[in-house]
Design a protein around this ligand. Structure first.
Ligand SMILES: [Zn+2]
Length: 192
C-alpha cells in the first residue's frame, strides 16, 4: 500500500517537498514557482495565495498551520507571512522570532502528543516561500525511522493515528494560546 503523502492540487494540501523535489530541477519540465525574494508577494506562490493549511494562529510576521498530511496527524508548519525564500533573507531579530515560534510548536507537541521524536525541516524546493515543518513522529508511524518524505516502512497504524488525532483540538487550543501570549509579550518592533 502506498501511503506516501501525495501531491495536492490545491493550496490546502501543500505537499511535502522532498518526494517531489525533482520536479523543480531546471530543465526537467519545472512547474515550481520561480523564487522571487525581492517581491513581497508572488502571484504563483501557494503560500502567498492562501494559508497553506488549517490556520492555527496568525501573527503580523508569521503563522502556524496544521498541514493535515495523511498518516501524520500532528504535522504543522511555521510559515513566514512575507514571501522570502531563504532563512537568511530575514533580519537577525526576525530569524530569532521564527525559531522561537518553531520551538514553541515543538514544545507544545511534546507535551500534548508525546512523540518519539519531533522532526524539524525547512526545504522549500517545491514552494520557495520560507516555512518550517514541525512534525511529531512515533515509532508506529508508517515511515519511522525514515523521513516522512522517504518510502513508507510499514502500513499505516490507523488506530494510533485516530488516537493522536483526538488530541488535536486541545493541542490547537494550546498552540493558539501560547503563540498569542508569546506575540503579546514581544517588544513592539518584533511582534510575531
Ligand atoms: Zn510566497
Amino acid at each position: 500500500m502506498n501511503v506516501a503523502p501525495t501531491l495536492g492540487t490545491d493550496v490546502s494540501s501543500l505537499p511535502p517537498e522532498g518526494a517531489l523535489a525533482s520536479l523543480g530541477r531546471p530543465g526537467a519540465g519545472s512547474v515550481a514557482p520561480t523564487p522571487d525574494t525581492d517581491a513581497s508577494w508572488s502571484s504563483n506562490c501557494p503560500l502567498c495565495a492562501a494559508d497553506g493549511g488549517t490556520l492555527v494562529w496568525r501573527g503580523a510576521r508569521l503563522r502556524v498551520i496544521h498541514a493535515d498530511e495523511q498518516g501524520f496527524p500532528a504535522f504543522y508548519r511555521v510559515v513566514w507571512n512575507a514571501h522570502v525564500a531563504e532563512f537568511t533573507d530575514l533580519a537577525e531579530h526576525e530569524r530569532l522570532r521564527c525559531l522561537q515560534a518553531v520551538a514553541l510548536v515543538e514544545q507544545t507537541l511534546r507535551e500534548h502528543v508525546r512523540p518519539t521524536k519531533v522532526n524539524l525541516a525547512s526545504l522549500g524546493n517545491m514552494v520557495p516561500h520560507l516555512h518550517w515543518h514541525v512534525v511529531a513522529r512515533h515509532t508506529w508511524d508508517s515511515h519511522w525511522p525514515a523521513p516522512i518524505w522517504a518510502a513508507p516502512q510499514r502500513p499505516r497504524a490507523l488506530q494510533q493515528e485516530a488516537e493522536l488525532a483526538a488530541c488535536l483540538p486541545a493541542l490547537h487550543a494550546a498552540l493558539h494560546a501560547r503563540l498569542a501570549q508569546w506575540a503579546a509579550e514581544a517588544p513592539a518592533h518584533v511582534h510575531g
